[in-house]
Design a protein. Structure first.
Ligand code: HEM
Length: 104
């Protein structure tokens, strides 16, 4: 078995999470989920998702997770919304610049 620096944090779950987050945030590939017209950055959340890896399916380009999120968490949507709002996010649509908007 190969040695990993994370083994120094054995038994210190919170520190492990923070260390793994630091590694994650250095990665250039971010993972996003589309919910009601907004992309939410779930890169650091994915491995903590209590519902497991199924969430990854919804990070694929073109996937809209809105229905899945509402259906799988219908008894806890208030909590889910608070969690979503704590993630970095961006609108799914960009406002075209004025030049392109000109109709005449
Ligand atoms: C970023 C968006 C999401 C957040 C913040 C989130 C959060 C959570 C949380 C907190 C739970 C624990 C149970 C609860 O409180 O409802 C959970 C469970 C679960 N989630 Fe998600 N989730 C997200 C996206 C998804 C997606 C896209 C799916 C796709 C199918 C999914 C499927 C599930 C399933 C199957 C469970 C287990 C439900 C159960 O055991 O009753 N989640 N999620």
């Amino acid at each position: 078995m190969s040695w990993s620096p994370l083994s120094l944090l054995e038994g210190k779950e919170e520190m492990k999470d923070a260390a793994a987050d630091a590694v994650d945030s250095n990665k250039t590939t971010r993972m996003e989920i589309l919910y009601e017209g907004r992309y939410y950055d779930v890169t650091n959340f994915i491995r903590r998702h209590p519902g497991g890896n199924v969430i990854k399916l919804y990070t694929n380009e073109g996937e809209d997770a809105t229905q899945a999120i509402q259906q799988f968490h219908n008894r806890s949507m208030n909590k889910i919304m608070l969690m979503l709002k704590s993630f970095p996010s961006r609108p799914a649509t960009t406002v075209p610049d004025q030049q392109q908007c000109k109709l005449y």
